[in-house]
Design a protein. Sequence first.
Length: 300
Amino acid sequence: QISKMFGTVVVGVGIAGLARIRDLMNPMPSSPSEHLKLLGFVSRRSFGSINEAKQISLEDALRNKDIHAAFISTENKSHEETIRMFLEAGKHVLVEYPMALSAKAAHELWELAEQKGKVLHVEHIELLTEEYKQLKKEVAGKDLVKGTLHFTGSVLDENKSGFPAFSGIARLTWLIDLFGDLTVTSATREKQKDKNYSRMTVHFQTANKKPLTWIEERGPGMRREKKINFCFTSGCLENFPEAPRSSVGLFMQDQNFFAKKLLGQVSKEELAAEKWRILRCLDLAEVIQQYCEEPEKIYS
């Protein structure tokens, strides 16, 4: 019996794209990733080849019948168009989060994937970190009273990466995954153009009407870090629990999960729950953006 192989192409060779090329060329032994075969990469820049992988044109990647799946690692703003091209060409797609910069586009792309019978997989390595897995264990079964997740990081080019609710959707994903569905009660954004500084503050309510706050703050020289303060009826959690180092890289874990989907080894229930979470987070990101962009209400 010849085991099923999926020819793949990597589109975009920034940090994530290079990690993807590396992991596709060195799959974990006896893991689902052994069913993926890298047939080339696409980039606007000219490389010729990277390691043993050869550069091919976008047209070739879309036309080539031996390419069954595309790994999309381009800048956020071009995800939507690139996903659409590969789905239309009948290929499976793995894309780095956020899958699109509007909720409408995300829902349309998901429908297109379902029409074509193709896997559309959105990378969420933030849920795969040991730090997060430990946090989730710690939070499980506790009753939230209130909480805050505060992220700081360096400046992003919003024209490429999108509004902070989209570029920072990893944080929103954490909150939804930890505390269930959320409703936005308010959201504001402070920008200091001259200082290249931006701070978005979002207030949510859980299904039990408990308040959660997400702060996404970026400015020159700001350290990339997350601070948490989750208060439960049993006490507050202000530091991340100690977590071991994982022996398997995050992109490799994600790649194995994608390969499992291609091989039909992920349950319908798990796929449905994941689809709900991804689209729900994008819907909320859009609501947040609308709140932040509303003209200032003037009270007389």
